[in-house]
Design a protein around this ligand. Structure first.
Ligand SMILES: Cc1cc2nc3c(=O)[nH]c(=O)nc-3n(C[C@H](O)[C@H](O)[C@H](O)COP(=O)(O)OP(=O)(O)OC[C@H]3O[C@@H](n4cnc5c(N)ncnc54)[C@H](O)[C@@H]3O)c2cc1C
Length: 375
């Protein structure tokens, strides 16, 4: 086995799943995260079948399905309520798993933390990787508490804003996608099964509005919009209501459910795709540190999870680690490129409604069908 003792920097989906998959292969894993404590923050996510397949592989699928709301597809409408189509999401994880589920990010995070801890992963919070040196078949870390330790491998899973990415020698950086997004968790009626609505005439600043059920009574809503929040004197909840004001049918109830007490989040959406090597010596970057896309086919976390398990398989096989890292990278790039290309094409069309030949449903469907075979 190429590695026995690994440091993981970052405890999001990538870091925790990598930690679990390595620990299940008898690797001693330490995970550090800069967060001083795990906070129950974050909104909903659409978790596609291929992400569920990874949750099954690492032995947490029952827990994940218990906190999620299965979905077969989406109702596409115009803002005035006119139904355009009922879509059926491809079963990217195989026929024994739902096509997708909606879930709350903190619920999934808690499941992964509990699994990692049960496997003996040492989690140290409130710490960053200050510097590292890679030499021969070892890497030495200096953490922000001043400790110096030696590992077979260091994994940077510190997300799209990774501070370790440039230290690995990766020159690509995150870039604006031209999109912004508001998100909220709010209540829904049981008959509301998930949808996306597109503007009719005046978009009011919103490219589209959608919602995904995350429990029998709750859903998360997103408003995809321009990347700058207008300085219009409105409070956040008022601004989201304004963006949704031309959206009717189910969206009337959703808009009304947003109040001054609703937890809202606005962010500009960035992207990155590192097509050059992801490692230098014994330090490697994974997950959103090297690939992140606008969430238009909801594959971000799924691709991070796929990275994690495949990576653990490669680096725990017999053989030369340098070759294993190169082979892992070569295997991942074409699959992730398909997701990046589709997501960025969709992002372009979102910003340029009425583009001749735009066919978002086909691009989305083709991109998901390409993910049905295991990675
Ligand atoms: C608006 C939006 C909606 C999305 N919706 C979906 C969706 O519906 N479905 C889907 O599959 N994906 C979705 N995604 C993508 C998904 O959220 C990401 O792909 C995934 O969370 C990335 O996981 P990660 O572990 O690589 O990074 P992160 O989740 O960013 O985790 C990085 C971790 O590293 C820690 N960290 C950062 N810097 C340091 C440091 N210097 N030292 C130590 N620790 C550090 C952070 O505290 C964090 O815990 C969405 C993304 C966005 C932006």
């Amino acid at each position: 086995m190429s590695v026995r003792n690994v440091l993981i920097v970052g405890g999001g989906f990538t870091g925790l799943t990598t930690a679990i998959a390595l620990a299940q292969r008898d690797v001693r894993v330490t995970l550090v995260d800069k967060a001083p404590a795990w906070a129950r923050v974050g909104h909903g996510l659409t978790i596609q079948g291929n992400a569920l397949r990874v949750f099954k592989q690492i032995g947490v699928i029952d827990e994940v399905l218990a906190v999620g709301q299965p979905e077969e597809g989406l109702t596409l409408t115009l803002a005035n309520g006119h139904v355009l189509a009922e879509t059926h999401t491809p079963r990217t994880g195989g026929d024994d798993l739902p096509p997708t589920i909606g879930a709350l990010r903190p619920d999934l995070h808690e499941i992964l933390v509990a699994k990692a801890e049960s496997l003996g992963v040492e989690i140290r919070l409130g710490l960053e990787l200050t510097s590292f040196e890679t030499h021969g078949d070892e890497a030495t870390s200096v953490l922000s508490d001043g400790t110096t330790e030696t590992w077979d491998l260091i994994v940077a899973a510190d997300g799209i804003k990774s501070q370790n990415r440039p230290k690995i020698g990766i020159t690509e950086d995150r870039a604006p996608s031209g999109l912004g997004i508001w998100r909220a968790v709010t209540s829904r009626r049981p008959d509301m099964t998930g949808g996306i609505a597109f503007p009719t005439e005046d978009d009011g600043g919103a490219f589209k509005v959608g919602y995904t059920p995350v429990s029998d009574t709750q859903c998360y809503i997103f408003v995809l919009c321009r990347p700058q929040r207008p300085d219009n004197g409105l409070e956040d909840w008022q601004e989201v209501r304004r963006l949704m004001e031309n959206y009717h049918g189910e969206y009337d109830a959703l808009r009304e459910s947003i109040t001054a007490d609703t937890f809202l989040n606005f962010q500009e959406i960035e992207w990155i795709f590192v097509e050059g090597p992801w490692h230098t010596g014994r330090v490697v970057a994974l997950g959103e540190a090297v690939h992140a896309v606008p969430p238009l086919i909801a594959q971000g976390a799924a691709q991070c999870l796929e990275d994690a398990v495949l990576f653990a398989e490669y680096v725990t096989a017999e053989g030369d680690l340098e070759q294993q890292l190169a082979d892992f990278y070569a295997r991942r790039i074409p699959r992730i490129k398909g997701v990046v290309d589709a997501s960025m094409q969709l992002a372009q069309w979102e910003q340029n409604p009425g583009t001749p030949d735009a066919d978002p449903e086909r691009v989305m469907n083709d991109a998901l069908l390409a993910l049905v075979p295991a990675p």
